[in-house]
Each structure stands twice: as structure tokens, then as C-alpha cells.
Design a protein around this ligand. Structure first.
Ligand code: AKG
Length: 285
């Protein structure tokens, strides 16, 4: 990892906003050239029928959800330790992390109008069963975050924006309208241009939304969590040998491919190239 990424560590203002609201928008996380290149990769994969089949999801027609997508192309792999975003991830979670989940979502334009005052979204927290398994926690534990890279414009509501309920991440329940009409009070669409990244706490109440824009909405999601969190089988990512050969020790940690002689998903005291790197660069005591 190049030390120049230290210019993008989480600053105090970003940390305060993330802690208070449960998410953070980083505009300009990807350059225009990166957005164009990633969209071209998606076009190629779509044309070659290599993406998951579209399905209906909670009022969204023909949505593509492709789990464990990062091995489909090296360009996706290169985002896992992106210099402008990854420093914010370790700033929030610390060094004992790996990629526990990845997915891409494509939401095509939809003819039926989405009316937020009418159509209640499928509000959820990620890994919500954790709250059920640990009811003794008055405030649920953070445990993981997702980074969503936006490859299309989401600057206006109605462009299949991620909807969030800012500040509700410290609660394990919210008031979801029981009659399916409208959104919880305080809910907002996250509006940001293409190339932005949204980092969100797994406890943030959120959902995707239908697309009223004339283009297909595209977003790439990278879920980072502690190395003792288990990943779904569908998210298991056998990394092609050529991509693994190029991966440095930190990327290998994120992919859960430890060096020879080390166990995957180590416990305290195990190998942690990210921790060692942060210590060497004065980021950790
Ligand atoms: O499509 C979106 O923006 C929402 C994705 C989502 O709900 C998730 O990643 O858990």
C-alpha cells in the first residue's frame, strides 16, 4: 500500500459525522476516468451474460444483485484497498478487518412511479440477526461497514438512491409505517454525483429504491467487517491465481488469503499485515 494514501485518513469532522449520522458521503472518491472504466467493465460483463439474472426486489423490477462480484474483473479487485477510501475504513473499524461481503446492484429505469410518500421501502440494518442474538446490548455493535461506489449520477432523488435514516444506527428498531404508506420520519435519499462513495455503518437503517431516472443505476458495494465475522457462502470469493499473485499482504488479508503458515480468520495475536503497516506508518500505537 502506498503511503500517499495517508492524505485520505478519516479526519475529525468526518469521524464526528459518521458517528452521529451513521454514514458519510465522499464525493470525488473515483475520478471520471475510473468511473468510465468501471462502467465499461460492467457493459462488457452484461453483454457477455456474466451478471446475475434480474429479479424483483421489494417493489423494484428487474434489479440485478450480483454477490461476490469482485473476482469478475481486476478493476473491481483494485477498489478493495482504494487509496481515497480504504484509509477511512480502517479509520472507522481499525486493522482487524477483511471483506466479509461484496455485491453489485444494477437498477434499471422503472415505469411505475416511486412515490416515497406512498411506497414504504424494505428498511433494514445489515446483519440484523446480530441484534436478535445479542438483545442484552442496549446499543447494537457496529461490527462492519459498507462502502458503496456510485457509478451513475444519484444527485437527484428518484435515481434509485440509497435511502437512509440518519442517526438511527444506535437503535435496533425504528417506526416503519405499518400500513406500507410512506417512510419512517426523518428518512432521506442520499444524493451524490457519480464517482462518490457512501460509507455506511451496518446498523444504519437503509434500503435501495426504485429508479425513475432514464439510465440504469449502478453501484458497487464492499462490506468490511472484523475477521471473526463469517461470510456467506455466496460471498466466498475464490480469487483467480493471477490476481492473487499480484496481491500484496494487506490485500491478501482483506481477501482472507493469509500467508503460508497462518490461519484464515485469525484471532487475537494472529498475523495482521494491515496492523503492522499502520504501526510502521505511525497510525497505531
Ligand atoms: O441499492 C442500494 O442502494 C441498497 C443496498 C442495500 O440495501 C445493502 O447493500 O444492504
Amino acid at each position: 500500500m502506498n503511503p500517499s494514501c495517508l492524505a485520505h485518513v478519516l479526519n475529525d469532522d468526518e469521524r464526528a459525522r459518521f458517528d452521529a449520522e451513521g454514514y458519510l458521503v465522499v464525493e470525488g472518491a473515483l475520478s471520471d476516468a475510473e468511473v468510465t472504466a468501471l462502467n465499461a467493465v460492467l457493459d462488457r460483463l452484461r453483454d457477455a451474460n456474466r451478471l446475475a439474472s434480474p429479479e424483483r426486489y421489494a417493489g423494484i423490477d428487474q434489479r440485478v444483485l450480483h454477490l461476490g462480484f469482485i473476482t469478475l474483473d481486476r478493476a473491481f479487485m483494485d477498489l478493495i484497498d482504494h487509496p481515497r477510501l480504504f484509509p477511512k475504513v480502517w479509520g472507522i473499524l481499525g486493522p482487524n478487518i477483511y471483506l466479509y461481503s461484496t455485491h453489485l446492484i444494477i437498477t434499471p429505469p422503472q415505469a411505475d412511479e416511486f412515490d416515497p410518500a406512498r411506497d414504504t421501502l424494505n428498511w433494514h440494518q445489515d446483519s440484523s440477526w446480530m441484534g436478535r442474538d445479542m438483545p442484552e446490548l442496549a446499543v447494537p455493535a457496529r461490527l462492519s461497514v459498507k462502502v458503496a461506489y456510485l457509478l451513475t449520477d444519484h444527485s437527484q432523488p428518484g435515481s434509485a438512491n440509497l435511502w437512509v435514516l440518519p442517526g438511527a444506527h444506535t437503535r435496533s428498531s425504528i417506526d416503519i409505517p405499518p400500513d406500507g404508506q410512506g417512510q419512517p420520519p426523518g428518512a432521506i435519499p442520499v444524493c451524490a454525483p457519480a464517482g462518490s462513495a457512501v460509507i455506511f455503518d451496518r446498523r444504519l437503517w437503509h434500503d435501495g429504491s426504485p429508479n425513475a431516472a432514464p439510465w440504469s443505476r449502478r453501484a458497487l458495494f464492499y462490506g468490511y467487517g472484523y475477521r471473526w465475522i463469517r461470510r456467506r457462502d455466496k460471498d466466498a470469493m475464490p480469487v483467480p491465481p493471477d490476481q492473487l499473485a499480484d496481491a500484496g499482504p494487506i490485500r491478501r488479508q482483506l481477501l482472507d488469503y493469509p500467508s503460508e503458515g497462518h490461519e484464515p480468520l485469525q484471532f487475537i495475536g494472529g498475523e495482521s499485515p494491515l496492523r503492522d503497516w499502520l504501526q510502521r506508518h505511525g497510525q497505531l500505537a
